[in-house]
Write a protein that binds this ligand. Structure first.
Ligand code: ARG
Length: 459
C-alpha cells in the first residue's frame, strides 16, 4: 500500500501526475539541515518532557544525525518521488531506526515544521547576503580612497550639474548598501523572534510540550504568541524579499550608470576583459553584459516579491497548499541577489577609471555656474540676483562658444562690479570641489571622512 505518511484514510494511490504536481522536494530539499535541526530539537524536547520515552528520543536524535551526515557526504540522495523534504527525512528515519522514528511527529505538524525550517534557512541566507554586501562596500571604499581627487560632473536629469568626485559618487552607493544591510538585519531580527514550532497544525497540541525550550535551542527569542499565526503567515518571506528587492534597485541603478560610463559617449570607465563580452558580428564591441544582467535580474527579484504578496493575499487562515509556492519565490530572490553581488564587486574592482575623461566632462557644461553665483553671494549679493547674472554670463559664453573660465574679466565686470580677478580661482574645477566642504559634501576631506566612517562600520 501507499508509502505516504498520511496513507491511513486513503483507499487509492495518488495518481502519478498528482504526486509529481504536489511534490516540493525538488526545491525544498535545500532545507534539509534545518529540517533535521528542528527534528533533533523537537525530539529532545519530547524526551525531556516525557511525552515520548527518553530512549526513543535518543534513538531519533542519533538517527537524524546519521541522516544529516549521509546527505552531507553524499551517501544519501533525495528521492525525487518524495512529497517534500519533511516527509523524506521522516521516512528515512523510520526506515533506519524503526518504531522510535514513528514517534518523532508527536505534537508536530508539517505546518509548524515547514515554517520553522524556512525561517532558519532564510536567516542563514540573509546573513550570507549581508556578508556579500559588506564585501561590496569594502571594495567601494577601496576604489573611493584612490579617487577622492578624481573630479567628475555630478548629474541631475542626466545633465551635467555640479562638480564632484568619483569617490563621492561611489560613497553614495556605500550609504545605500549599508541601509540595505540594516534592512536585512531587521528582517532577520523579526524572523528569529517568534518560533512557530509547537503551533502544531494550527491549534497547538494537547501534549505538554516545552515551546520555550525548542524556541531557545533553535535560536529564536521566544515561542510565537498565537499558534494560528505561527503556521499561517509568511510575512518574514515578504519582508526579506522586500529588503532584497531594494538591494536590486540599488544594484540596478548602479548597473545603469556603469553601462552609461562604458559607452563611447562617456568613456568614464573601462571594464576588465574578464568582466565584459564581445559581439558575434561587430568586432569592435565590448559589452557590459554583467551590469546589464544585474539590471535585468532585478526584474526577477521584484517578480518574486510580487509572487509572495499575491500568493498570500487571499488565503484564509491557516495553512493552504498555495503556501508551498512561497519557497521557489523567496529562494529565487535570495539566489539572484547572491549571484549578482558575487560578480558585481569583482567587476568594479577590476575596472579602469578614465580620470581624464571624467575631468574633461566636468570642464564642459558650465558645472561651475553655481559656484560663480555663490562667489557673488559671498560678496554680498542676494542669491536670486546672483543666479540671474550668472545665467546671463552662461548665455553669453554659449553665444561666443567659450566658457566661464575663459571669459575675460571686463565681461564679468560689465555684469557686476563685485567681480574681481579672484573669480577665476573661485570657478576653477579643483577649487569648486575642494570648497564643497559642507558635511557630507564632495570635498576630498569630507569624502575621506565618509570612507573612514564606513570602514569603521565594516569592522
Ligand atoms: N511541502 C509543504 C509546503 O511547502 C509542507 C507543508 C505541508 N502541509 C500540509 N498541510 N500539506 O508548504
Amino acid at each position: 500500500m501507499s508509502d505516504k505518511l498520511w496513507a491511513g484514510r486513503f483507499s487509492k494511490e495518488t495518481e502519478g501526475k498528482v504526486s509529481a504536481f504536489n511534490s516540493s522536494v525538488s526545491f525544498d530539499k535545500r532545507m534539509f539541515r534545518e529540517d533535521i535541526e528542528g527534528g533533533i530539537v523537537h525530539a529532545r524536547m519530547l524526551g525531556k518532557t516525557g511525552i515520548i520515552p527518553k530512549s526513543d528520543s535518543e534513538v531519533i536524535v542519533a538517527g537524524l544525525e546519521e541522516i544529516l551526515d549521509d546527505i552531507e557526504s553524499e551517501r544519501l540522495f533525495f528521492a525525487p518521488e518524495a512529497e517534500d523534504i519533511h516527509t523524506f527525512i521522516e521516512s528515512q528515519l523510520t526506515k533506519r531506526v524503526g518504531e522510535a522514528g514513528k514517534r518523532l511527529h508527536t505534537a508536530r505538524s508539517r505546518n509548524d515544521q515547514v515554517t520553522t525550517d524556512l525561517r532558519l534557512y532564510l536567516k542563514r541566507e540573509a546573513v550570507e547576503v549581508r556578508r556579500l554586501l559588506y564585501a561590496l562596500i569594502s571594495t567601494l571604499c577601496e576604489i573611493a580612497q584612490a579617487h577622492t581627487e578624481t573630479v567628475m560632473p555630478g548629474y541631475t536629469h542626466l545633465q551635467r550639474a555640479q562638480p564632484m568626485t568619483f569617490a563621492h559618487h561611489l560613497m553614495a552607493y556605500v550609504s545605500m548598501f549599508f541601509r540595505d544591510a540594516e534592512r536585512l538585519d531587521d528582517a532577520v531580527k523579526r524572523m528569529m523572534r517568534d518560533s512557530p514550532l509547537g503551533s502544531g497544525a494550527l491549534a497547538g497540541t494537547l501534549h505538554g510540550i516545552d515551546r520555550e525550550m525548542t524556541a531557545a535551542e533553535l535560536g529564536f527569542e521566544k515561542p510565537c504568541d498565537n499558534s494560528l499565526d505561527g503556521v499561517s503567515d509568511r510575512d518574514y518571506c515578504m519582508e526579506l524579499a522586500g529588503a532584497l528587492s531594494i538591494i536590486m534597485v540599488h544594484l540596478s541603478r548602479f548597473s545603469e550608470e556603469i553601462i552609461l560610463w562604458c559607452s563611447w559617449e562617456f568613456k568614464f570607465i573601462e571594464l576588465d576583459d574578464a568582466y565584459a563580452t564581445g559581439s558575434s558580428i561587430m568586432p569592435q564591441k565590448k559589452n557590459p553584459d554583467v551590469a546589464e544582467l544585474v539590471r535585468g535580474k532585478s526584474a526577477r527579484v521584484f517578480g518574486n516579491l510580487q509572487t509572495l504578496l499575491v500568493t498570500m493575499k487571499g488565503l484564509p487562515l491557516a495553512y493552504n497548499k498555495d503556501m508551498q509556492e512561497d519557497k521557489e519565490a523567496v529562494f529565487g530572490a535570495v539566489d539572484t541577489v547572491k549571484q549578482c553581488l558575487e560578480v558585481f564587486a569583482p567587476m568594479l574592482k577590476t575596472m579602469t577609471v578614465n580620470k581624464e575623461n571624467m575631468r574633461a566632462a566636468a570642464a564642459e557644461g558650465f558645472i561651475n555656474a553655481t559656484d560663480c553665483a555663490d562667489y557673488l553671494v559671498k560678496k554680498g549679493m542676494a542669491f536670486r540676483n546672483a543666479y540671474k547674472i550668472t545665467g546671463e554670463l552662461v548665455a553669453l559664453c554659449i553665444g561666443r562658444g567659450t566658457d566661464l573660465e575663459r571669459l575675460p574679466l571686463d565681461e564679468y565686470q560689465k555684469a557686476s562690479d563685485l567681480f574681481e580677478g579672484d573669480i577665476y580661482d573661485a570657478i576653477s574645477l579643483a577649487n569648486c570641489v575642494a570648497k564643497r566642504g559642507s558635511f557630507g559634501g564632495p570635498a576630498p576631506k569630507q569624502v575621506r571622512k565618509q570612507i573612514s566612517v564606513a570602514r569603521k562600520r565594516l569592522k
